[in-house]
Ligand binder design. Structure first.
Ligand SMILES: Nc1ncnc2c1ncn2[C@@H]1O[C@H](COP(=O)(O)OP(=O)(O)OP(=O)(O)O)[C@@H](O)[C@H]1O
Ligand SMILES: [Mg+2]
Length: 260
């Protein structure tokens, strides 16, 4: 199929997305978009619908209504693989890393490199090359992990986040979606993940960041999208937003924006 990439179109756009779980209307007509190099924070109270929207964007849930567009082209994600093929990688809180495997093996998980010998149908995994690539990728992203041979279970929470993010970038992703990436981290590790988010944007990747930490949102994001009870009640450029207003929109103390 011919891929039309409309110049000037947002990297990702969701249009009027609705999703119900039985009687629970988790999302109602939610629209938003995100550009290359942009960090968009998605905020809202518990149950506001943030993770549901993430799962729709990640291809894990199919919306009941609405459209998803990548670079201006409407797409249909039947599975997380479909989303990945369109350059969207999602880092969940549980990360989906293999704890007993090494850092380099995690970076290459599911994409093991093979070298073909003459006349061979199957090659063998070139561990040396994968280690070298893994090291180079971590250096490029300024991620300090003492040794790529360490098992992921022997890393700190922040280092694990970093490996998960490095894996997304290493495979040429264009949008990284992070659902509360720093929720269980200490202050120093939160800072490291924040630095990583910034570098992603500097590399022209788009980042959709779900966070309850408004200080972090104001520090990192260019744009804030507020959800309340499944509806988008606010969309603000960070320069125009105040913490009081965002808190008010989250809690409902301030009336949400009228539907578009
Ligand atoms: N698999 C599910 N089955 C039924 N209801 C669900 C399911 N997942 C989420 N919900 C409901 O949908 C609504 C939105 O949930 P969602 O997880 O998207 O919220 P959230 O904004 O991510 O909240 P939190 O900040 O607590 O993570 C909630 O009312 C939740 O109870
Ligand atoms: Mg959630």
């Amino acid at each position: 199929m011919l891929r039309v990439s409309r110049p000037g179109a947002a990297l990702l756009e969701v249009r009027d997305i609705s999703k119900a779980y039985g009687h629970v209307q988790a999302l109602s007509d939610v629209s938003m978009h995100i550009n290359a190099g942009e960090i968009v924070a998605l905020v809202g109270d518990n149950g506001a619908g943030k993770s549901t929207l993430v799962k729709v964007i990640a291809g894990a849930h199919r919306p009941d209504r609405g459209a998803i567009l990548v670079s201006g082209e409407e797409v249909e994600f039947r599975s997380p693989l479909d989303a990945r093929e369109r350059g969207i990688e999602t880092v969940y809180q549980d990360l989906a890393l293999a704890p007993d495997l090494s850092v380099w093996a995690n970076l290459f998980l599911g994409r093991e490199q093979y070298v073909r010998g003459p006349g061979r149908m199957v090659g063998w995994m070139n561990k040396r090359t994968m280690r070298q690539h893994a090291r180079a990728e971590l250096v490029r992203l300024q991620i300090s992990i003492p040794d790529v041979d360490l098992a992921v279970e022997d890393l700190s929470g922040g280092q694990r986040q970093a490996v998960a993010v490095a894996r997304s970038i290493a495979w040429g992703r264009r949008l990284v979606v992070m659902d509360e990436p720093t929720a269980s981290l200490g202050v120093e590790e939160q800072e490291k993940v924040a630095g990583l988010v910034r570098r992603l944007a500097e590399h022209q990747l788009a980042v959709l960041l779900i966070s309850h930490n408004l200080a972090q949102v104001f520090e990192l994001a260019h744009t804030v999208v507020v959800l309340r009870r499944g509806r988008r009640v606010g969309l603000r450029s960070i320069e125009d937003a105040t913490r009081e207003e965002i808190v008010g929109l989250i809690t409902g103390a301030i009336d949400g924006d009228p539907p578009e």
